[in-house]
Design a protein around this ligand. Structure first.
Ligand code: ADE
Length: 239
């Protein structure tokens, strides 16, 4: 999968992309990431990317020309057309089914805003798919883009060691249940024990315990996931 990220602060992104699962995915060429700085597309000597809003008001607005010209140049040079996404609190809310839909694309272009956002003509001209990561306002779209990239990249075949770990994810297609509790060594810590059944070697009993955990946790913490559609929850196939 190819990812093109457009931002005024590429360093915010390169730090995150250089660690852990994402860094390995990039090194193994399962994910290819290109960072683009709008500032390089400015034409004035001060390299200004923002300006005061027409009509007055606080803050600054990102200018239309460097953004549109940068995105168009990159998109026109792509080997295949991808999907352009603008991270904004005004977009539709990101969910696991949307993440799955995006993971099926061969390339994504992510636009990260700052300040009071982009000049409205950026949206009118480029017509991006507008996505929000939740009902709160961040200082910029970079962290939101990293949330999206992190969630999408782990679904790219080969990125996770064991592909089952994402098939069983909470919120993935057909699974509206939270995950069961996990334990590792030691068996006892400060008097807290690992549940006996997990040490029993009895796979049937372990599956039953996990199924029960999953239902109980969902009922306690996110009952809305169970009663949302009125359907009985679909359990993931853990075989
Ligand atoms: N930029 C600022 N806040 C955001 C949010 N909640 N989601 C996506 N992009 C954003």
């Amino acid at each position: 999968m190819r990812l093109d990220l457009f931002t005024l602060f590429p360093e915010i992104l390169s730090g995150y992309l250089g660690q852990s699962i994402l860094a390995k995915a990039i090194e193994r060429k399962l994910v290819e990431v290109h960072l683009h700085d709008f500032r390089r597309w400015t034409k004035d000597k001060h390299q200004s990317v923002d300006d005061r809003p027409f009509g007055g008001g606080p803050g600054m607005v990102i200018k239309v020309e460097p953004v549109v010209e940068c995105v168009e140049a990159v998109c026109n040079a792509l080997p295949a057309s991808g999907r352009l996404i603008l991270l904004t609190p005004q977009g539709r809310r990101l969910t696991q089914p949307i993440v799955e839909e995006l993971a099926a694309e061969s390339s994504l272009q992510l636009l990260c805003g700052r300040y009071e956002g982009f000049d409205q003509r950026v949206t009118e001209i480029l017509q991006p798919d507008e996505i929000s990561i939740g009902d709160y306002v961040l200082g910029g779209g970079e962290v939101a883009a990293m949330v999206l990239v992190d969630a999408v990249a782990r679904l790219v075949p080969g990125v996770l060691g064991d592909q089952r770990s994402c098939v069983e994810d909470s919120f993935s297609q057909g699974n509206r249940l939270l995950e069961f509790a996990q334990y590792t060594r030691p068996r006892e810590y400060r008097g807290y024990q690992v549940p006996e059944v997990l040490l029993s070697g009895n796979h049937e009993a372990i599956s039953k315990w996990r199924r029960e955990q999953t239902l109980e946790r969902t009922r306690d913490r996110r009952a809305d996931l169970l009663d949302g559609s009125g359907d009985s929850p679909v359990e993931p196939d853990r075989s």
